[in-house]
Design a binder for this molecule. Sequence first.
Ligand SMILES: [Fe+2]
Length: 363
Amino acid sequence: MYRYFMPTKVFFGNEVWEKYGDMLCECGKKALIVTGKNSARLSGALDDVLNELNKYKIDSVIFDEIIENPDLTSVEKGRDIFRNEGCDFIIGIGGGSPIDAAKAIGVMASNNLVGNEIYDSSKMKTVCPLVAIPTTSGTGSEVTSSSVISNRSENRKAGYSSELNFPKLAYLLPKYTMSLSPKVTRDTAVDALSHLLEGLYSHRRTPIIEPLIHEGVRLIYDNLITAIENPNDEQAREKLMLASMYGGITIAQTGTTLQHSIGYPLTAEFEISHGLANGIVMKDLMELYYPVIKGELNRLFNALNIEKENFYNWLEMLDLVADIDISEEFLDKRIPEVMKSRNMNNNPFEIKEDSIRKIYLNL
Ligand SMILES: [Fe+2]
């Protein structure tokens, strides 16, 4: 028996506003637009959204204070603006951070949640409609039920998942990613790659999504270096956005694994990007999992027409390195956190503390 659940209506392509913009009318009468300071403006996405809202006479208010690794304080601020302004739906524009924050604002406002209650999905009974508009190709958050929110006062970065988090609509326009720097292009694509690989690692993997995973990895393998070297390559940008959505659809079914659990403390402690944190442990994680899921990984490499070593060589070309110093103090504090993180329930076998320690010490 397999389960596949993906309730988000997805519109993909640079012309989707013309044909499907009117779907916004189904969401409500006043939108809270949740975004960061720059990407929604630079990409042109904010202008497009405001044009559409204007066209359909939908009111809006902009909350543009979401930073990378969004925190509880800004989510609570967004919740209060949503209520005080009388909004009835949310539009999240940006990378994973604004879209994750938009999800959290939606469930907090709709269920009167405060503080750490955001991590308890049993308290979420209802939610307002959410529209997701990605401006990066990485998180796939526009098609997932997860959100990652930091509680900075506790130096904690943690996720929660609820089916109420699935956006109602997702508009994916590859043109919004054209202005991304080579580093952001690389790091976000490596995040998407992690999601796809973790779809194979997770014990919740199913044959339904395996072809999607193979195609998503192939799109990144074939197009990432092109997009890094030629940021204006429209075709490569389109393929990466497609792969990112495939990664999102994948983890919406399988969840993530140790690959993500081990990366979160690296971001919290050393402030390296989420994608890079996944990337610097990717090879070691694959080696750890390989003996147990050899069949699945070999099928992937066959689909790509490569050997595992070719994949590692390609990873090497991406130059995924970070200047960090792993101390005993870090290990003592963070390994228990990794062991307790919810993603650990999805591993294909029981992972011991010692394996995590070795991977951290190998950095
Ligand atoms: Fe991720």
